[in-house]
Design a protein. Sequence first.
Length: 144
Amino acid sequence: MSLSNVFNISGSAMTAQTVRLNTTASNLANAESVSSSEGETYRARKPVFSVKSIEPEQLPEAYRSLVPGQGVQVDQIVESDAPLRMAYEPNHPMADENGYVWYPNVNVVEEMADMISASRSFQINADIMNTAKQMLQRTLTLGQ
């Protein structure tokens, strides 16, 4: 694996963490939205990641036994199957005929932890790219 592959791998990780941050922001924005029926209620969303793999034939002979991953990709964004919250608020304008309103299944504490984790992962991958850039620059100055 060449040092330039580090940029592709870190870049794919940064892209994946950006998707994770976006879904977290969407979940937090809708955390207190209400509806009058279960079917219309917002449900928390989470991205599903997988290894972006490479075929062994694409690698140089020396690396074919290793078959390393070549980054990460977002496979899909799934809705949480956690139960929705239902509250009895008969005076609420969105209450159904029984006086209940439906709240999303967004756990704000969990979302904040996900946001911090995604932010740190993004930052670490940016640092990896900077380190790889510095290593390449130092390699170019070896012959001087």
